[in-house]
Design a protein around this ligand. Structure first.
Ligand SMILES: [Zn+2]
Length: 186
């Protein structure tokens, strides 16, 4: 059992005390306990301060002006998300496809290694996809990008920058308030 005389007042009990509805035995603790009295006095001073603050009444048209700004952001959002997804997801994917094209031998070894575990139709499909990619007319051009170390650095540097940019944009978008707010009517 909790000893109601010995334990300090809870925030709920402080509220009750302010409202004048604190139980008799708890009031006895308040009188006897300097800590609780200090807390209760601070609580009462704060409540008094809040009560004395002027009521905030927004100027005429405040709601409409806020809504107008929220609406603009709401409309811009899908486009910005698409851009962030393109930069954050599609470019690194394109970079990895390009790498696969530039190093078909490595890819083949990887596929053979995976094949011992997977086997069957799935691997055959992946292999035929790889062969199809190698047969594309733009393959030599992509392969050419990877021939000199300087070009290789440039390609991977650009991919990394695009990826970092995409992640940053996505994080910024996630930090924005949800457009749901736009439907709250004042
Ligand atoms: Zn106390």
């Amino acid at each position: 059992m909790t000893d109601h005389i010995a334990t300090h007042l809870t925030p709920d009990e402080l509220d009750n005390w302010l409202a004048g509805s604190l139980a008799r035995n708890r009031e006895a603790h308040l009188h006897a306990c300097a800590d609780c009295r200090r807390l209760a006095d601070a609580d009462r001073a704060l409540a008094h301060l809040i009560g004395s603050l002027p009521l905030f009444s927004p100027a005429e048209g405040f709601g409409d002006r806020v809504m107008a700004r929220v609406e603009i952001r709401h409309r811009a959002r899908p486009l910005a998300i698409a851009a962030a997804l393109a930069a954050g997801l599609l470019l690194p994917m394109a970079a990895s496809v390009a790498w696969s094209l530039a190093y078909p031998e490595t890819l083949t070894q990887l596929l053979q290694g995976a094949g011992s575990g997977i086997g069957g139709l799935g691997l055959a499909a992946v292999r035929s996809l790889g062969t199809t990619l190698l047969a594309q007319p733009w393959y030599p051009w992509v392969h050419g990008l990877f021939e000199s170390p300087a070009r290789l650095g440039l390609v991977f540097g650009a991919s990394a920058a695009a990826y970092a940019g995409g992640v940053l944009v996505l994080r910024r978008l996630m930090a924005l308030p949800m457009p749901r707010v736009a439907h709250v009517q004042g």
